[in-house]
Design a protein around this ligand. Structure first.
Ligand SMILES: [Zn+2]
Length: 477
């Protein structure tokens, strides 16, 4: 009895202990599976549906906004927008979320848009959201969810991303391209797969730059001095068997306005030209309203000995540069019956379009008289004019006065704002790339031309205008 009661006690206490530990095991299983589920499902992004307005995000650049009409659920949603006039696009950036390299994270959101031209990027950064960390396994370094056209239908986008080695945080960057024509709504963002106690790092709220005052078009001050304009249109070459239709459009337009213009030709387009192309170019040249100038042999960048990429007339020997010009002059004379008298070097990469050898090439070429400079005047440019005894006249650039706000994107208002800042300038060379101009861009260009006509500007050809300046210089001395 004692024994059995002892046994019973022993057994019952063993059973109790067994039951207790079983309970603990089950409990811990339950808790841990619960915490795994919590890690998977908890949306760690603050203000993911914009119900708290812009809080937890940086919103406002390029007119991004939180609007009621952009809501999918709840009361508010995100709107990003562009009318092709925003060089930096329209942007919104989320809080930075701490991550562990190699541990997958799921990003998802809903969007609707009638047009393409926007994406959500998953941007990796270091500690506290600082710096940028690229994923070497991804083409542009960051995972990207491109918005597809869905009209008024909301569409869900989901991507599982794996933070690379050096990533300590990730954030979402909602962005429209600078060239987009788009109004996109986004809502109900989720970042999951992280511990429920993940602590987001909030971004600074976006501070808008003060908007410029609207231009008072009725009261544009009259210029005291006459103004000369060189319309510098780049990249003429053969397209199929003749010139690109966008060249035809811009040339026909300027001809209809009685306005002089210029075309920068790639001389390798004269290697095997069709009669149609030659006839069209010749016709413009012979009208006296157009100057065809030398814009390089092939416009191609090259890799120099230092392993870096350079533009056609940068980091090449004098002999190489001269050879490119010489063969171009020869073909120009053969096919078009004249030699190039103006030069505007081609670009491509941002480390300069010309060097000291180009200056020597210009001074020594027997035909060249005008250099449509790709930049404001510099020391070597002044020296070149002096050294050549004004054989070479440089027509320099004013950065803020141009047809295009970014390459290929004419912008009427930007032009006028720049123009008003230089009331004393004698001339402007205005650069454009007609083949890049869609209907909208072309219309912006026509507004600029018509504004300049209203302003009483004289449209000039670079060689002829260089001659005028040369005479001015001579009489001043
Ligand atoms: Zn060009």
């Amino acid at each position: 009895m004692r024994r059995s009661s002892f046994d019973q006690m022993a057994r019952s206490s063993w059973m109790r202990r067994f039951a207790q530990s079983l309970f603990l095991v089950l409990l811990s299983l339950l808790v841990s599976s619960h915490s795994v589920m919590a890690a998977d499902k908890t949306n760690v992004l603050p203000n993911p549906g914009f119900e708290d307005g812009k809080s937890g995000w940086s919103i406002g650049e390029g007119d991004s906004d939180v609007l009621a009409e952009s809501a999918r659920t709840g009361k508010m949603g995100l709107r990003i927008t562009n009318d092709r006039t925003k060089p930096r696009g329209s942007n919104a950036t989320s809080a930075s979320i701490p991550v562990t390299p190699g541990k997958p994270v799921t990003v998802s959101f809903w969007a609707r848009t009638a047009n393409t031209g926007a994406a959500v990027y998953v941007m990796y950064a270091g500690e506290n959201g600082k710096g940028y960390v690229k994923d070497p396994a991804i083409k542009n370094g960051y995972p990207m969810l491109t918005l597809n056209k869905s009209g008024t239908e909301w569409k869900q986008y989901t991507k599982v991303v794996t933070p690379p080695d050096k990533a300590r945080t990730l954030k979402l960057w909602v962005h429209t391209w600078s060239t987009a024509m788009i109004d996109a709504d986004l809502d109900d963002f989720e970042i999951t797969g992280l511990p429920a106690d993940t602590k987001p790092i909030l971004p600074n709220a976006y501070v808008a730059k003060p908007k410029p005052k609207p231009i008072d078009f009725d009261n544009i001050p009259k210029r005291e001095k006459p103004l000369a304009i060189v319309i510098k249109l780049d990249d003429l070459k053969m397209h199929r068997k003749t010139q690109h239709p966008r060249w035809t459009r811009v040339v026909d337009y300027l001809n209809s306005k009685g306005v002089k213009g210029t075309m920068g030709m790639l001389a390798n387009s004269l290697e095997n030209p069709t009669p149609e192309y030659i006839q069209w170019v010749k016709k413009q040249h012979e009208s006296g309203n157009w100057e065809i100038w030398f814009h390089g042999w092939d416009h191609a960048t090259h890799v120099a000995d230092d392993g870096k990429k350079y533009n056609e007339f940068n980091h090449r020997t004098f002999e190489e540069q001269k050879a490119r010009l010489d063969k171009s002059q020869k073909l120009c004379y053969e096919h078009l019956g004249f030699h190039f008298t103006s030069f505007g070097p081609p670009g491509g990469v941002g480390n300069g379009s010309q060097d000291a050898n180009t200056h020597r090439m210009m001074i020594e070429d027997p035909y060249m008289t005008a250099w449509i400079y790709p930049q404001p005047m510099d020391k070597i440019g002044k020296e070149t004019m002096e050294k050549s005894n004004n054989k070479i006249i440089i027509l320099d650039r004013v950065w803020s006065v141009g047809i295009e706000a970014s390459v290929g994107r004419p912008h009427f208002e930007r032009f006028v704002r720049g123009y008003l800042k230089y009331p004393d300038r004698d001339y402007f060379t205005l650069q454009g790339h007609p083949v890049m101009w869609d209907d909208y861009s072309f219309e912006q260009f026509t507004k600029i031309v018509e504004f300049l006509i209203d302003q009483g500007a004289t449209f000039v050809l670079p060689s002829a205008y260089a001659q005028t300046l040369k005479e001015k210089h001579a009489s001043a001395q």
